[in-house]
Ligand binder design. Structure first.
Ligand SMILES: [Fe+2]
Length: 359
């Protein structure tokens, strides 16, 4: 255990924001909590990437999007509205259906298509009430993206208990998880040296709660996966719907076992953690570690809210001699209907294995 902690401490991260307005903490520029940067009003086009600059070799480009809340028309039966769904339907009809728009999602997807990422990383909440009809609509949507992808469920996708195969398990052929307690593992890039590890934190909860839990079974598997992939110098990107952080969502929406998740990941190491659920584009760190923890806004939110406007994150991962270089370009929808970039953020994460110096 002691060795593991030392090993993790050795993996120093450098977070360099190219935006001079970003805060400077301990000599590093960081964005903490819910603070987001203002739109820089930059060019709409996504900059081209040189696949090899100096000793840097491009490994993969990921598109992280989340909380699509696909705004299909739904007509649930009285039986389907038992329990929590009735309240959720009211919330959808009165408020959320006016916030999550096809036009926003289409702008995001058009922007992603222009960027041509290697993989879509979709961190849950594709539905609103988790109805069978919605889950099937989400399956069809996933089938039509035209990209390799990996997708995990959110709390809305598991609103009430249901057989896994009728729920998010039906997305298995389109990048989804095959079992609720079996972390998803997908490699990206030509050299397949980037691994996306998807976790299921979606659990049915009482009305007015939207908390999550990973559970000991997934955490055990996660620990082994992270150790094995780290020893192979694979870039480990964890994706989870609920943020493993105490301050990014209110308590009734929090990840119940975030302490245990943090302990596992702190001991094994990881290069990056992606999450959804908060509907905010935040950049912070897993508590107690220097592992970047990145949230993204809902991919379908209307653009009139500066902190919530629809967006996605373009994540470029390059391998250098002793580091991973991780660059994040945050694309957001403006009220003019165009996508624009927030100032890019870059991290350096030291390669895991001690023999990396000669790799
Ligand atoms: Fe959501």
């Amino acid at each position: 255990m002691h060795d593991k902690v030392q090993h993790t401490a050795r993996k120093t991260a450098f977070l360099i924001s190219l935006d001079p307005s970003a805060g400077l903490v301990n000599g590093r520029r960081v964005l903490i909590g819910k603070k987001t940067l203002p739109d820089c009003g930059g060019p709409l086009s996504v900059p081209a990437i040189d696949p090899q600059v100096g000793n840097s070799i491009l490994s993969a480009v990921l598109a992280h999007l989340s909380d699509l809340h696909l705004p299909f028309e739904i007509a649930p039966s009285p039986r389907e509205l038992a329990g929590k769904r009735l309240l959720s339907l009211l919330s959808w009809r009165l408020r959320r259906s006016k916030v999550h728009l096809w036009s926003s999602l289409e702008a995001v997807m058009a922007d992603i298509r222009a960027a041509q990422p290697d993989l879509l990383a979709i961190s849950g909440d594709l539905t609103n009430l988790g109805l069978p009809e919605e889950l099937e609509n989400a399956r069809k949507w996933l089938a039509g993206t035209g990209f390799a992808q990996t997708v995990i469920p959110g709390n809305h996708d598991a609103m009430v208990p249901m057989p896994w195969s009728h729920g998010p398990g039906s997305w298995g052929h389109h990048g989804g998880m095959v079992a609720p307690e079996q972390p998803l593992l997908r490699f990206a890039g030509e050299r397949e040296d980037v691994a996306i590890i998807g976790l299921n934190s979606a659990i049915p909860t009482p009305p007015f709660f939207a908390s999550g839990r990973v559970g000991p079974t997934q955490l055990d598997t996660l620990e082994g996966l992270l150790q094995r992939l780290g020893a192979q110098n694979i870039c480990r990107v964890i994706m989870i719907h609920h943020p493993p952080h105490p301050n990014l969502v209110v308590r009734r929406k929090a990840l119940e076992d975030w302490h245990r998740f943090s302990a596992v990941v702190a001991s094994t190491g990881a290069e990056l953690i992606l999450h959804g659920h908060s509907h905010r584009g935040t950049i912070t760190e897993l508590p107690g570690t220097d592992i970047p923890l990145i949230g993204v806004t809902s991919a379908s939110h209307k653009p009139d809210h500066p902190e919530k406007a629809a967006g996605w994150n373009r994540i470029t991962i390059s391998r250098q001699e002793t580091d991973w270089s991780i660059s994040i370009t945050r694309r957001r929808l403006g009220i003019d209907g165009h996508m624009a970039s927030l100032p890019p953020v870059q991290f350096r994460r030291q390669l895991s294995s001690s023999d990396s110096q000669t790799a």
